[in-house]
Design a protein around this ligand. Sequence first.
Ligand code: 8YV
Length: 308
Amino acid sequence: MTTRVVVVGTLRPALVQALRDCYAAPTLEELSPEDTDDVEIAVTSGTWGVRAEHMNRLPKLRAIVNFGVGYDATDVAEATRRGIVVSNTPDVLTDCVADAAVGLIIDVMRGLSASDRFVRRGEWARGAVPPPARRVTGVRAGILGLGRIGLAIAHRLTAFDATISYHNRRPRTDVDYAYAASPRELAANCDLLVIAAAGGDDSRGLVDTTVLDALGPRGFLVNVARGSVVDEPAVAAALEEKRLAGAGLDVFADEPHVPAALRERDDVVLLPHLGSATVETRTAMTDLTLANVARFLDEGTLVTPVPG
Ligand code: 8YV
C-alpha cells in the first residue's frame, strides 16, 4: 500500500490504530526515506502540530489534519504559503470543554479540591474548619474569547445568574453581553476572568500583570484555552502576593510541566489539559479527524477546514 498518510506526534491510540488499519500510516519516525514522496496527509494534534521542518521532510504534503480545535502548534501561515490545507475538530468538543471550565470555576471559587485535601490530611477530624470560600451564583464573569467555547461557558454561567461580559478582537453582533474594549477593561469589571481565546501569536501573553492587577485581589482566573495566553510567572507572583484570589488552570505554557510555584499552592486548581477528555468527545474528535482524512483522500477537500 502506498504511504499516503503519516502520523506526526503522539496521538491517542484509537486514532493511531485506525490510521494504521485504514491507511497503513506510519509515524514520522517510522517513515522510510523512499516513502516520503508519497505522503499527502499529516495527522497531528493540538499538542504537537506540523511545522516547517516537518513540511520540508514531506515534499508532497497537501493536507494537515489536526486532532483538536486549537491548531496553534501548526505553522498555518507556512502551510498556506506552500498550498497545504489544514483542518481541525470544532464543535464536537465545545460542550465538554465548557463543562470543564464550569468545573474549574466552582472548584477554585468554592475551594473543593483544597477542601478534599483538607479532609484527607485529617484536619477536619482534628477539629479544624476550612476558610469560607466564595459564592459562584451571581458572579460577574468576564470571558476572554467569546467564540464557540466561550459562548457555551457563558450559556452555562447564566444558570448561575452570572453577569457576563466579554472581550474579542471585535464585538459580536449576535449577543447581548457587555463588550469590553480590552482585556484590562474586562478584568477591571469582573470577579472571574475565564480565558477561552484561541492560542497563537495574536493572543500570546494577553493576560499579563496589568490585567491580573485589574482583576484584583478578590478576582479568580480560569484558563481552558492555551497556556500561552497567560503570563504564567505573573500569575504565580500575583497569587503569592495576594493580588489574585485563585486560579483554575487546565492549560500551561510548557505542558506537561507545571511550575512548582503553582503546584505548591492551595489556591489553584491544576488539571492535566483534560477539557475535551471524555470518552464521548474524544471518540467524536477521532471520528471527525478520520472523516477529514477520508474526504481529502477521496475528493481533495476537508470536512472542517480552518481559514488559511
Ligand atoms: C486536545 C485541545 O486535548 O482541542 C484542543 O485544542 O486543546 C484539546 O482538545 C488536544 O488538541 C489534543 O492534543
